[in-house]
Design a protein around this ligand. Structure first.
Ligand SMILES: Cc1cc2nc3c(=O)[nH]c(=O)nc-3n(C[C@H](O)[C@H](O)[C@H](O)COP(=O)(O)OP(=O)(O)OC[C@H]3O[C@@H](n4cnc5c(N)ncnc54)[C@H](O)[C@@H]3O)c2cc1C
Ligand SMILES: NC(=O)c1ccc[n+]([C@@H]2O[C@H](COP(=O)([O-])OP(=O)(O)OC[C@H]3O[C@@H](n4cnc5c(N)ncnc54)[C@H](O)[C@@H]3O)[C@@H](O)[C@H]2O)c1
Length: 456
């Protein structure tokens, strides 16, 4: 049996942990069953956002008429676009591998537990004083044969002429936007009446209205049956009112959520426990029920965001090797949905604030103050603040509009350092930058607080 200082199972974001521990001189075993870099780099955030960048250019050209510029897209070379994306994916494993120093032994295979402290990979047994589980998640399996998940399009060699996507979350909406922009005949199948149901209600409503202008969406619809032949799928759609219709599509992709990879770990041989969804339980220092065995990132099923995984892993490194005594407490968790329109959000929605019986105001401010916003010639973009009426603390901020994912960072900085919305009113803005939109939004929220406090 080989003995290490640290064993890491799962070489996604945790490759970085292996690298850092190796640089410290620790003997590390990194076990990865697939390509280093994990979901985000190989089949998630990065390749999807590279595709979204093409979609953004197309959307921009297509909307030129509202700027009194007529333009025409002569050709979209989707073959080149996907070749480019595929070649990025091809480069990921080598790029991650090249960053590991000689202290890191890389094992290619499925890691599993023989006992709390003994790991099996291929035919080898390994042990270490510390073990980290960072095994991420996988897409829920589609109910029909030959249907895809997002894993099947990264890389994508046979580009379909038409695609039907099932789901209404982040992945379904981001991918429907891409395929539709690339002029691949795209249909989104949504079982309810809402898209992105975890967003604030007002954001959901505007998103639905705008997104439906581009993408063909069948709401209140499920797939009753899907038969695959060489030319593609013949799909029977069923509406909530029980009416059915036939729909043909070359490709069928399910984006209905993700599940834990814990089954492969043979946790039944250990004292490590999982929750009712199969995700691994831990304490506030990331430790599982087994001493010195830790779990981080998507494997906990908590946030399923790369920035959350990265933040947790940095903190765990400090706990293990830099004598960090504080537990990591996320004060807030931001996210963005890179669709058209773009959404960014942090903290509580209005509904959540109501459910928690908080004393708050909600304010909605349309982006129209700055010349930069006016120049974009859109009328739907807005910022919504949920603010504590007594402390002026920002409880939530939600944006929909171009560059929302960038704009929200100003709010995040404030929330991180000294969370008081009055700073946004008092600070100096560059005129007429898009960020200046936060000034009237903050003034509006503060006015609402003062009016409400005057009434009481
Ligand atoms: C299409 C898509 C788009 C996304 N876009 C975004 C985005 O824009 N922004 C964002 O913040 N997040 C995004 N995410 C989520 C993001 O990819 C994840 O939050 C992130 O990858 C989590 O990192 P992780 O290291 O915890 O897990 P992973 O990256 O999933 O890494 C886990 C690794 O463990 C390996 N593994 C699993 N079990 C074993 C085993 N038993 N033995 C050996 N190896 C094993 C896997 O092969 C994998 O490489 C997206 C996800 C998808 C699917
Ligand atoms: N921009 C980003 O940060 C980004 C982008 C993509 C993915 N992600 C991460 O990946 C995770 C997974 O994404 P996802 O879109 O697969 O999951 P999700 O949980 O966001 O959405 C799944 C959707 O599928 C619907 N659904 C579930 N079962 C269904 C069924 N049988 N038929 C029809 N619809 C069904 C649900 O109602 C839900 O709306 C996200 O939670 C997110 O954390 C993040």
């Amino acid at each position: 049996m080989k003995t290490y200082d640290l064993i890491i199972i799962g070489g996604g974001r945790a490759s970085n942990l292996a690298k850092k521990a190796g640089n410290l001189g620790k003997k590390v075993a990194l076990i990865e069953k697939s390509s280093l870099g994990g979901t985000c780099a190989n089949r998630g955030c990065v390749p999807s956002k590279l595709l979204i960048a093409y979609a953004d250019v197309i959307r921009s050209i297509e909307s030129s008429q509202k700027h009194f510029i007529s333009s025409e897209i002569k050709e979209i070379d989707i073959k080149k676009i996907f070749e480019n994306n595929n070649s990025f994916i091809d480069s990921v494993d080598d790029s991650y591998k090249s960053k590991l120093n000689e202290n890191v032994d890389l094992y290619r295979g499925i890691g599993s537990f023989i006992s709390d402290k003994v790991i099996k990979v291929n035919d080898e047994k390994l042990t270490a004083s510390k073990i980290i589980i960072a095994t991420g998640t996988k897409p829920l399996k589609p109910p029909f044969e030959n249907a895809w998940t997002s894993d099947d399009i990264f890389p994508l060699d046979n580009i379909p002429k038409s695609i039907t996507i099932v789901g209404s979350g982040f992945i379904a909406c981001e991918l429907a936007n891409v395929f539709n922009a690339l002029k691949i005949n795209t249909t989104l199948i949504v079982r309810s009446e809402t898209l992105l149901s975890s967003e604030d209600k007002q954001i959901q409503e505007v998103f639905k209205e705008e997104f439906s202008k581009y993408v063909n969406i069948e709401f209140n619809t499920t797939i009753k049956d899907a038969k695959y032949q060489e030319s593609g799928f013949t799909i029977e759609l069923e509406n909530k009112d029980k009416s059915t219709k036939q729909h043909k599509s070359q490709a069928l992709l399910y984006a209905i959520g993700r599940e834990s990879n814990a089954k492969d770990l043979k946790l039944e041989n250990t004292s490590i426990q999982v929750d009712e969804r199969g995700f691994i339980k831990r304490d506030e220092y990331f430790q599982t029920n087994a001493k010195d065995v830790y779990v981080v990132g998507d494997a906990t099923g908590k946030y399923m965001l790369q920035h959350a995984a990265a933040y947790e892993m940095n903190h765990l490194f400090k706990v293990l090797y830099e004598d960090e005594k504080q537990a990591l407490k996320f004060k807030y968790m931001p996210h963005a949905v890179f669709t058209h329109p773009e959404i960014a959000s942090v903290g509580l929605t209005q509904k959540q604030a109501q459910e928690q019986n908080l004393d708050f105001i909600a304010s909605k401010s349309i982006w129209k103050a700055s010349a930069k916003a006016q120049g974009m010639k859109i009328d739907y973009a807005f910022t919504k603040f949920i603010v504590d009426k007594n402390t002026y603390e920002i409880l939530g901020c939600h944006m929909i509009g171009p560059q929302s994912s960038t704009m929200i960072h100003q709010v995040l900085t404030l929330m991180h350092i000294d969370n008081d919305i009055r700073h946004l009113k008092n600070m100096l803005y560059i005129h007429p930058a898009l960020s200046e939109e936060l000034l009237p939004a903050a003034i509006n929220a503060i006015k609402k607080i003062e009016e409400s406090n005057e009434k009481n």
